[in-house]
Design a protein around this ligand. Sequence first.
Ligand SMILES: [Zn+2]
Length: 421
Amino acid sequence: MAACFSAIDDPRQQGKCEYSQHDILMSAFACMYFQDPSLLHFQIRLEQNQQRNNLKNIFNVQNIPSNNQLRDVLDEIPSEALAPIFKNFHEKLRKHKHLEDYAILPNVLMCTIDGTQYHSSTSVSCSCCLTKEHKAGEITYSHSVLQGAIMHPDKKQVIPVMPEAIKNEDGTKKQDCELNASKRSIANLRAAHPRQKFMICGDGLMSNQPMIEETMAGDMHYLFVAKPGNHKYLVEWLSAYNELPTTEFTDAKGNSHIYTWQNDVPLNGNEKTINVNWFQYQFKNKQGKITKTHSWVTDIEINKSNVIEMTKAGRCRWKIENECFNTLKNQGYHIEHNYGHGNKNLSYNMYLLTLLAFYFHQIFELTDGVYQACRVSFGSKSHLWENFRATIRMLVVDDWAHLMDLLLNPDNYEVTATKNS
Ligand SMILES: [Zn+2]
């Protein structure tokens, strides 16, 4: 992490800089890492000796910048400069074989993409803000990203990839959109991982011909939700068959799971339509009523032996919402918190640093036995982090490993306290 931060070009005139770019990025990252909702309070507490030393010992920050200095410098750092960090983490996970369990098909990773908004305001804005004018003339300013994450139905942790900002080009009024950002994100993912096979998973917005062609052009598989209402031609085409291949099983509770598919069907009625493979999952309760229907299109040929696995893959798309966005928004990471908006990149850089902290913690959960033991010992993640925060407020630790050991084996440490009798 430190090496990645240090590698980022610093356009400032070196002689005039009080704080290194590394110290600035690392100080902000530390705030996200410890999930402190207030950068200002985090900074104020840093004035206390314990915190100051802990920032040095855990994050190797030599000089702590003030709140304003931090925001000013972060605003100038181009967000793309943080992209190699995502790539490096991914490569390390791959090298140590942690990604093998994520293969959705042999050697294929499933990357789910979806849009999410992290800033919305009628007053705070910058030149990159998306704008929406309301009838009364009021304008809402917002920032969104197209976020991708590698996931697997059997794995709780999701592995984020570098997101794509949904933003307006500096000074233009032309509104960027999720679909355009999706296309850019596929090109970027391919460029970042040229040899990795991916299957892109997305919602109903993605199951159109231009998006599918973009995915195929990137030499990737796709698995997109296909709602009947958006695919009338395809639905009509399917209804012309006397019978579609299907398989069904009843679970121990008496509910039925019905899988139906048809390969090589036209996506739409256009002259140059592409052919897709369609499949559907239905849940029928004990009373014989169908209460859930989901359908998808894909380039993977569907058959009796893979339809259940493909359904599981399609249905685990919700993890981007639950395990990623919801965690970033409501489970300690405060991604929608306004740490300061800036004029250029501050808002997005804060999003990226928060995402990197989340990524770090996902890696701990996947690979770090000591962290896993801490999680077990403290039950909930939020309780564990509360204790991490409380400990660094009171004690100076040697490093991160020392902090974890303190929490895990408090009896090994002697705490001397003076008691008033
Ligand atoms: Zn903005």
